[in-house]
Design a protein around this ligand. Sequence first.
Ligand code: MLC
Ligand code: AMP
Length: 492
Amino acid sequence: MSLLPLFDPSLLGRAATPALEFERSDGTRLALTFGDLEARSNRLAHTLRARGLKRGDRLAFFLANRVDLIDLWLAGVKLGLIIVPTNVLYRERELRHILTDAEPTAVVTSGDLAAFIPAGVAVWDVDQLAADAAKQPADRVAVACGDQTPVSLIYTSGTTGASKGAVLTHGNFVANARTLVVDWRFTSADRYLCTLPLFHVHGLGNGIHCWLASGCHMRLTERFEHAKAAGWFEEYQPTVFFGVPAMFIRLLEIPLERAQAIGRRLRLAVSGSAPLPAEIHEKFRERYGSVILERYGMTETLMNIGNPYAAERRPGTVGLPFSHVEVKILDEVGAPVADGATGELWVRGTNVCDGYWRRPDATAAAWREGWFRTGDIGSRAADGYITLQGRRSDLIISGGFNIYPREIEEVILEQPGVREATVVGRPDPVRGEVPVAYVVVVADFDEAALKVRLGAQLASFKLPRAYVRVESLPRTALGKIQKHLLPPWKTS
Ligand code: MLC
Ligand code: AMP
């Protein structure tokens, strides 16, 4: 099944029903019905077709949350395009890699972001595109798509190496959305507050798709702003909220009485994308009276494991495999581990993408007979609950955004005066982890210039929180850096 039939009961069947309220950062709002979304995406599909886009073509976007992103996604679904989301915090260097690799026809962006698009890439202004679309007819355009039809190329740092595009199909997203809507008991009466960015699978594959598949109402914001969060919850009165742990940590700052009132309306709060400390799970329950449902997913697989809706949501665990997925935990030689023992998680199911874009080597390394090697380490209790304990690679997750240390190290090493560099994740009370750089420098090292260089080339969440100068980096006899032997980072 493709995505459109999943959305049609909302787009066509509930055409006159209020669907969406988008709040811009300046506080202005736009309200739309499902019928409006159907018409807007049809008009945009006509425009994209007139600009030459056809089934299988890639179209990238580099935008913060806005309604045009939903139009673009739906138009892509209708035309059989492969949409390439990019993180709005990326800078030219990061975008160049994705845009070179994905070879999109164009990247859709806004005027304030256009300066970050690498030279030589076709740039379509989002407002101009919308103005063109407004002149087009509203009748539906749709090409035949099936389970196997790719719909999105989403870049991930994966388990090793440079960022790779996971080729996600209609079938992957349908499997994910169908399970979540049923398991999490979505109905058209729900009110879903979406503050997650739509360029990642958490906001897109879970948030947007649960909303469209259930026909509920959504309040979308440009981004999560913790100073505004209490007001959003109080005014909109959501029944459902999805967040990353950094958001739940911020929500603990809301005064008790207000939090209790919010909690009475909130039937479901889901956390994912990074580990939720058991202590935060407990504090949120005390404050809101609502028990967070923690689940585990990945770009390549969408959602794999989640705590149950109607049974125990066990703090510190990610729960039980979803119905669309099989999970096995293997030791270093590939043998299944006993309950309670630690190993690497492998997953298989209709949610798992088939491979990476134009990377047969990386695909072969991560997939074996339909099973995908997640790179996440964990164990299963005798009653089936799975606990994650870390990752096989040195990936850092900060505020739910992934950081691959080698990428930062490479930019640091380009700076005159740096002889050696390594980057590690260090604990942070809000963001979970933050990157910290350890550098071996020669006399003429200029730290201020290094910071400027990194700020120009890397997304803000990748910038090291500190640069710790060391005499040398601890290495094995073979020269590999032993990150666990680095001195602790002193915050003062
Ligand atoms: C942050 N910024 C954004 C932004 N998020 N700008 C536009 N859109 C966004 N979504 C900018 C801010 O404007 C600010 O810029 C700077 O980044 C720092 O933001 P902050 O609010 O001061 O940081 P913080 O309080 O730490 O909160 C950040 C956060 C953000 C939690 C809101 O990290 C976030 O939205 N995380 C979600 C990540 C996510 O969706 N991950 C899912 C991956 S999918 P300036 O200029 O003011 O400094 C996956 C699979 C799975 O992992 O299982 O789900
Ligand atoms: P991404 O590559 O952005 O899709 O990030 C996927 C990674 O996020 C997974 O491989 C995990 O390491 C991590 N992750 C997602 N959900 C959880 C969770 N609930 N607990 C711990 N880690 C998580």
